[in-house]
Design a protein around this ligand. Sequence first.
Ligand code: IMP
Length: 196
Amino acid sequence: MKIILATNNKGKLREFRKMCNTEVIAFSEILGDVEIVEDADTFKGNALIKARAIYEKLEDKDAIVVSDDSGISVPLLGGTPGVYSARYAGEGASDKENLYKLVNTVKEAGVERTPAYYTAAIAIVSKFGEYVVHGWMHGDVLATTRGENGFGYDPMFVPSGFEQTLGELDDEVKKSISHRSKALELAKPIIKMLQR
Ligand code: IMP
């Protein structure tokens, strides 16, 4: 039974390949370019939109499609950027532009740091049904950036229990506490069950 990942992100593909003892394929290898409009107002909704869109196009209905959607939410800013994390500074904005927009918005709110959390939703669509799991990582965002590790908003995010930002902490530390790792741990037994 094949696992089709609704992403072309090489890092995500590598993580999934390590996790599953079966073939893991990026959807584009089978379907080429597929335009998917992610217009839900929750991470769960967007993850399901992606996984359903790919599953519907597949000939092999025995395949399992896995997708993920993630972002950062700042309660002081009404939960933004949330599902708009990837396009916070506008459609097609780079990770750096989004990062500095959030740094400036926190600064304009008049604080040096404020609580925030990352969310990851993983959706699994198969002939047996649909499943969604979540993982979270809590901490604070700063009105500045420190370090170059990770990606996206990591240089301004200090995880709970740490002094350094994810930009300063080792990638292995992030892997052990991240929203994505936690969601993956929950997705693993579901994928294993569907493979049997
Ligand atoms: P997506 O899940 O690839 O759609 O990512 C959504 C956006 O959320 C990314 O472009 C990043 O800006 C942000 N994001 C999600 N996860 C992380 C993370 O682990 N670190 C930093 N930024 C993240």
